[in-house]
Design a binder for this molecule. Structure first.
Ligand code: IMP
Length: 429
């Protein structure tokens, strides 16, 4: 493996990245989150204790790591303070191990008001955490950055302008009055800023000087990437590898020293609206949801479930330039007599072996499945390939040969120690 490591979501998020990043970060000196915000919910179980991290990098759960909240994130200061204080309350010293980028943008209460208003029409099914509107303000050059809070007059003026804009939008476009108390929002933000102030630095230059091994932790998944995903049913950041350079401020060539791995479930889920060609809206989908505990870590919403979609996964392999795949939750399939994987799509007699951009086309595509005999045996907690039934090996071999990249690890349960490495060449193909 190269010096640094990038871990991404290969699907629509919720692939189990939290657990993977947690266990891998034991070998790294710093862990970095670089896009998205509190829309993420990374769940980790350490010695039976459950942690759900929304803003801090998951790797911070190891006492030796330095955690970076890089510039590409949109930060809800209130939640950041809460999350950090909660970890401290559970005995984890984190304050002196985190750095927050001075260039990161803030998620403000008025962004959340807009998030819920936008959801009324043309619903995306967002997490309502204000993520999209915060990025809108950033790219519309109206955003409020962490560094702006050093200059109270400037910060006050930005908040005032933003609140006036949002309130008039609410009144004139949505015919609703949303009172946003400028003084209260300003005071609260300044109060929270005081708590993090001595952890705010230029994280780009810090990383450029840092000689240790760094793990970059993607949030959401490639299919939710604003450019490469199922637009407009995506999140508002580059959740694929495309977001690394802009999200950290590091030059693209920095990442030539990194391995790129992505995490995929052995089946597919998504939350919110949008195309999902292999979705199962029947009893099988329900079974996947119940067996897999498929309910959102951030919103508690039931996740939509379906078979593994290989053209979508191949899209993730290609756009991220993946060196390897990590498969999670194979055991959820343990009780299925028949397991299907989508190998292509078809529409009006035409076959598609790639994931198309057009929403209109995506909505019409029908999956073409290859069927596998289920293994009907317990694989949870397996520690080597030799402990897997041959039907499960067939399934994994097929995935690997379709994708053309090795499966490097299997996660076999939620606990830190429930995983094993696959030595290369791990599977026959
Ligand atoms: P937003 O990121 O809250 O704007 O939501 C946009 C879309 O991304 C919605 O479909 C959300 O359900 C989805 N989404 C955002 N964050 C996550 C995540 O961490 N896991 C899975 N889906 C997510």
């Amino acid at each position: 493996m190269k010096k640094h490591l990038v871990i991404l979501g290969a699907q629509w998020g919720d692939e189990g990245k939290g657990k993977i990043v947690d266990l891998l970060s034991a070998e790294f000196d710093a862990v970095v989150r670089y896009q998205g915000g509190s829309n993420a919910g990374h769940t980790v179980v350490v010695k039976g204790e459950k942690f759900v991290l929304h803003l801090l990098p998951t790797g911070i759960l190891h006492p030796h790591t330095i955690g970076i909240v890089a510039q590409g994130m949109v930060v809800d200061l209130e939640l950041l303070v809460k999350e950090t204080e909660e970890l401290e309350g559970r005995g984890l010293k984190v304050w002196d191990r985190i750095f927050i980028s001075d260039r990161a943008h803030l998620v403000m209460p008025y962004h959340k008001v807009l998030d819920s208003l936008f959801e009324r029409k043309g619903k995306i099914g967002t997490t309502l955490r204000g993520i999209g509107p915060s990025y809108m303000f950033k790219y519309g050059r109206k955003g409020l950055r962490v560094c702006d809070l050093e200059d109270k007059d400037r910060a006050y003026q930005i908040m005032k302008d933003n609140i006036e804009f949002v309130q008039s939008l609410c009144e004139k476009v949505y015919c609703e009055n949303h009172f946003l108390d400028l003084e209260e929002i300003f005071e609260k933000t300044v109060e929270n800023y005081k708590k993090i102030r001595d952890r705010v630095i230029d994280t780009t230059h810090w990383l450029l000087k840092f000689d240790g091994k760094v793990l970059f932790e993607g949030a959401q998944g490639t299919m939710l990437d604003v450019d490469m995903g199922t637009y407009p049913y995506v999140t508002s950041s580059n959740a694929s590898a495309l977001g690394l350079s802009s999200g950290t401020g590091l030059p693209p060539k920095y990442f030539s020293e990194a391995s790129f791995w992505a995490v995929s479930k052995a089946y597919t889920t998504r939350v919110g609206e949008g195309p999902f060609p292999t979705e199962l809206k029947d009893e099988l989908g329900e079974r996947l949801r119940e067996k897999g505990g498929e309910y959102g870590a951030t919103t508690g919403r039931p996740r939509r479930c379906g078979w593994l979609d290989l053209p979508a996964l191949k899209h993730a392999v290609d756009v991220n330039g993946l060196d390897g795949i990590i498969i999670t939750k194979l055991d959820v399939l343990d009780s299925f007599e028949e397991i299907k994987v989508c190998v292509a799509y078809e529409y009006e007699g035409k076959s598609f072996d790639y994931f198309p951009a057009s929403l209109s086309l995506l909505e019409k595509l029908k999956p073409v499945y290859k069927s596998f005999k289920g293994w009907l045996r317990n694989t949870k907690g397996a520690k080597s390939l030799s402990q897997l039934p041959k039907e499960a090996l067939n399934y994994l071999e097929f995935i690997q040969s379709y994708l053309g990249v090795p499966i490097v690890m299997l996660s076999t349960g939620p606990q830190r120690e429930e995983f094993f490495w696959l030595e290369e060449p791990a599977l026959k193909s």
